[in-house]
Unconditional design. Structure first.
Lengths: 223, 312
């Protein structure tokens, strides 16, 4: 029997989600992503010409992710690679797309929230993407697989984030484990199946967020 | 390469370069050291060589839930012999730190017989006062691809070569000067002086002053590259796997997967990292369920081979 989690959720339940698009007027695209008490803001600047000529690619756009508050450059490299593969970079040659991510409130599952905030900001900026990557953090406890863990839960057990393409368990785009998993491959595959079910909710939530933003803009223009 | 199933350096797709591990290469200057090389017999100039050295420092212990009295720590520093834009030093350092934290947490030693039912971390000297910190310095001597695996192997081999002071001798901390004192063999360590904090213990009957640590978890890595071509009509034939990629091959991979398994139980996965590469191939190549199972089998076989080399 699954033990009750400290915040009363079941093992497969995500925390309440919130996404505010266009919250920063100075950026080309921005988003404030909230998952429970984890708040992450992302700002997109670009596509613009790079300041240093050696930074540009002749045939595609270069994406740069900066997380000022993070001491791990692995997260920046991880997000850069995922977003580079998901964006249509060949549409913006010789340009640079800079994504800055600020962690406003830290309560677990930061990397997944940062990914979702970055994707939301890219959608707000109108950047064309091949696919929407959805990240789900899975905590491997002794008894069960817990989704979207809080900081307290992450301190007690190992977790890994699985990034899926098109919410398909058989299309794993990326994976990052924060600590020693000490699990078999079957357990990790089980995580991807559980994550796929939940990721459909995140994709649907994105649709609702974009629709509400477009509706609000239409009401403002035609009012 | 895909049609002939052989690579530019003459290897097959599932063939590793020759792995050599030499421990104790810096025995005069470091507590533990190791030199790891991934060498191609046909072209010995193109080899990946990593040198790792372990030195000891004494400092404040880290108190955790598992070790309330405190435990030691492992810190990693990475540098390259010459400038190389293909290596992201900070990312490599973070990866090694994350993996070696596993060793620091799980390191074991026979508990000190203090009469109390306490389990002390092997790097702990004086509970809540002093512990040993292992500083692992990694130097990339030559890069011909797969630096992550070579660096982690060098760190593990250096840690296995490291000797730490035997705690079965008496250890006392002089709080006035902040100095740690090790009692020589034959002393009865059950004495407490004013201003000193002494741990009660018996002296070693073997007369050893240093010994090696035991690691219940032995992290052994394998990196596999996945290349997706657009030429073949069959989905399976479009996906091509190759192990131990060289520098040139790393640039053209669609996805790079690094799996760290436990050398004592290779079916247990300790770390799993994979993400799309910045390859010239612009296709998204996601991993399927059977791809992950295949990589786990490759990792298990490689771990058994690496363990044989390490123990030999």
């Amino acid at each position: 029997m699954t033990e009750a989690r400290p915040d009363g959720r079941s093992a497969n339940t995500l925390r309440p989600l919130s996404c505010e698009l266009g919250c920063l007027h100075a950026a080309d695209g921005s988003a404030l992503w909230k998952a429970g008490n984890t708040h992450v803001m992302a700002a997109v600047h670009g596509p613009i010409a790079p300041r240093i000529a050696t930074e540009e690619h002749a045939d595609k756009c270069r994406i740069q992710v900066v997380i000022p508050t993070s001491s791990s450059s692995e997260w920046e490299a991880f997000l850069t690679r995922i977003l580079t593969s998901c964006c249509c970079t060949q549409l913006y040659p010789r340009c640079i797309l800079s994504i800055t991510i600020h962690v406003l409130s830290h309560d677990g599952s930061i990397l997944a929230a940062a990914l979702h905030a970055a994707v939301s900001a890219l959608m707000d900026a109108g950047i064309e993407m091949k696919t929407l990557p959805v990240g789900v953090t899975c905590l491997l406890s002794n008894t069960d697989i817990l989704l979207d863990p809080t900081q307290v839960e992450e301190d007690e057990s190992a977790s890994l984030i699985i990034v899926l393409e098109n919410s398909d368990a058989d299309q794993m785009l990326a994976c990052y484990s924060s600590n020693s998993l000490n699990q078999s491959v079957q357990t990790i595959l089980k995580c991807s199946v559980v994550a796929a079910r939940v990721s459909q909710a995140i994709s649907a939530f994105w649709r609702i967020a974009i629709e509400s933003k477009v509706k609000q803009q239409c009401e403002t223009i035609f009012s | 390469m895909l049609q002939s199933h052989s690579r530019a350096d003459g290897r097959l797709l599932a063939q590793y370069r020759k792995t050599t591990i030499q421990q104790g290469v810096l025995s005069k200057h470091a507590s533990g050291s190791a030199l790891v090389s991934f060498r191609n017999d046909e072209n010995q100039d193109e080899s990946t060589s990593i040198l790792a050295a372990v030195t000891l420092q004494v400092g404040q212990p880290m108190c955790t839930a598992a070790f309330p009295a405190g435990r030691g720590d492992i810190d990693v520093t990475v540098s390259s012999f010459k400038e190389d834009d293909s290596i992201n030093i900070s990312v490599l350092q973070s990866y090694l730190q994350r993996t070696l934290d596993v060793c620091a947490q799980e390191a074991l030693e026979d508990s000190i017989s203090t009469g109390e039912d306490n389990h002390y971390h092997p790097l702990l000297l004086v509970p809540a006062k002093a512990a040993i910190g292992l500083v692992v310095t990694v130097k990339i001597l030559q890069n011909a691809g797969n630096v992550g695996d070579a660096a982690l192997l060098a760190c593990i081999a250096a840690l296995m070569d490291t000797k730490i002071p035997c705690r079965e001798h008496g250890i006392s901390l002089d709080e006035k000067t902040g100095r740690i004192w090790w009692q020589p063999k034959g002393y009865d360590a059950e004495r407490t002086k004013e201003g000193n904090i002494a741990t009660g213990c018996r002296c070693s009957e073997r007369g050893e002053t240093q010994h090696k640590m035991r690691f219940p978890l032995l992290p052994l890595p394998v990196t596999v590259g996945l290349y997706c071509s657009e030429t073949s009509e069959l989905e399976d034939k479009r996906r091509n796997w190759l192990v131990d990629p060289s520098s040139a091959e790393e640039c053209s991979m669609s996805t790079m997967i690094t799996m760290v398994v436990d050398g004592h139980a290779p079916e247990q996965i300790l770390l799993l990292d994979f993400c799309p590469s910045f390859g010239e191939n612009n296709r998204i190549c996601s991993l399927r369920t059977k791809d992950l199972a295949l990589v786990a089998q490759i990792a298990k076989a490689r771990a058994e081979e690496l363990k044989r080399i390490l123990v030999a």
